[in-house]
Design a protein around this ligand. Structure first.
Ligand code: SF4
Length: 293
C-alpha cells in the first residue's frame, strides 16, 4: 500500500499519487500514459484522471504496480472492482496481458495465451487468487514459457498449481532448476504448429523469444517498444555479450511478426513490414556498419 507520508512532490494535487517506493518499472506509464509520467527517477501523477476511461486506466495501473507505490486519497470501490475484473487484459486473438506485475521480476510484464491445445503463460505475474481463478475459467495452464532468468517470478507456483510445464533455456536454468522442459538448442525450433522458439542470447545467455502465429513475438527483455520515441529498443546495459545480442537482433529479420510483447518496456502492434523496418533501424543504430539481409 502506498504511503501518503511518502507522496512524491512531483505528483499533481488530487486523488492519485505515487510514493517514494516506486522502482520506476514503467508499468503505470504503459497502462495509463495520460496520467503517469517519468519525473526524475520515479513515476509521478502529472495529470489526474478526469473521465471514465482515464480513471479506469489509472486503477489498472494501481493494481498492476509491482510494489504498491500508487496510492489514492479516496477509494472508489466500483472503479477498483472494474479494473480488477479487466485483468487479464485481452490484446488480440486470445493473447492477454496479465497485469499484477511482480516485484520479483522488477515489474516485468507477463502474458497469457489461450489455445485449444493448452494455454500458455509467458513469464510470470504475481501469484494471485484473482489470476489463478481467471486462468482456471479459461481451462488452466499447460505451458509456462520463461523468456530468460530475470523474469521467472512466481512461475513455480503456477506450474505446481496447474501441472504446467515450465520451458526455459539450459543457459538460464539456474533461475528455474526444476523446470520441466529445457531448451538446449541455439537454433530456432517449431515445437508445435504456430509456435516457434527463437533463442535470442545477448541480454542473458539463455534469452528466448516465442513466436506465435507469425504474428505475436514475446521478447522478454530482448526487444521492446519505446512509445515516447516511437522506436524499438534492445538492451544496452546489463548485457551478457553485445556481439551475440546483435546477432540475435539480426536473426529476427528472418521472421514475420506484428506484435512485440516485452517483459520490460512497452508492447506495440505494427504492420509486419513496418516492424521489419524498425528492427533494421534498431540494428543500424546498434551497429551502423552491420549489413542487413
Ligand atoms: S508501476 Fe509502480 S513501481 Fe512501476 S513506475 Fe509506476 S509507480 Fe513506479
Amino acid at each position: 500500500m502506498a504511503d501518503q507520508k511518502k507522496r512524491l512532490d512531483s505528483n499533481v494535487t488530487g486523488n492519485f499519487y505515487v510514493d517514494a517506493t516506486c522502482i520506476n518499472c514503467d508499468t503505470c506509464r504503459q497502462l495509463a500514459p495520460a496520467s503517469f509520467e517519468e519525473v526524475g527517477s520515479f513515476s509521478a501523477v502529472t495529470s489526474q484522471p478526469t473521465d471514465e476511461e482515464h480513471l479506469h486506466r489509472a486503477y489498472q495501473a494501481l493494481l498492476a504496480c509491482p510494489v504498491g507505490s500508487i496510492g489514492i486519497e479516496q477509494s472508489e470501490p466500483v472503479q477498483m472492482q472494474e479494473a480488477m475484473a479487466s485483468f487479464p487484459l485481452h490484446l488480440e486473438d486470445g493473447v492477454y496481458y496479465c497485469g499484477f506485475n511482480s516485484k520479483k521480476s522488477l515489474g516485468a510484464n507477463s502474458f497469457f495465451l489461450e489455445h485449444p491445445d493448452g494455454n500458455w503463460l509467458i513469464d510470470s505475474p504475481r501469484y494471485l487468487k484473482h489470476l489463478v481463478e481467471a486462468f482456471e475459467r479459461k481451462g488452466g495452464l499447460s505451458y509456462i514459457f520463461l523468456t530468460h532468468k530475470d523474469d521467472v517470478a512466481e512461475a513455480e507456483k503456477y506450474a505446481t498449481h496447474f501441472g504446467a510445464k515450465r520451458i526455459i533455456h539450459r543457459a538460464d536454468l539456474e533461475a528455474a532448476p526444476g523446470a520441466e522442459w529445457i531448451i538446449e538448442d541455439v537454433t530456432s525450433s517449431q515445437i508445435f504448429p504456430q509456435f516457434e522458439i527463437i533463442p535470442v542470447p545477448g541480454h542473458t545467455a539463455g534469452c528466448m523469444a516465442l513466436l506465435y502465429k507469425n504474428k505475436f513475438l514475446f521478447t522478454g527483455d530482448h526487444l521492446w517498444w519505446d512509445s515516447k520515441q516511437q522506436v524499438l529498443r534492445a538492451p544496452s546495459q546489463r548485457v551478457w555479450r553485445k556481439r551475440v545480442l546483435l546477432d540475435s537482433l539480426q536473426k529476427l529479420l528472418g521472421y514475420r511478426f506484428e506484435w512485440v510483447l516485452a517483459g520490460h518496456g512497452d508492447r506495440v502492434r505494427l504492420s509486419a513490414e513496418s516492424m521489419q523496418s524498425h528492427v533494421q533501424t534498431l540494428i543500424e543504430r546498434h551497429h551502423p556498419t552491420r549489413v542487413s539481409p
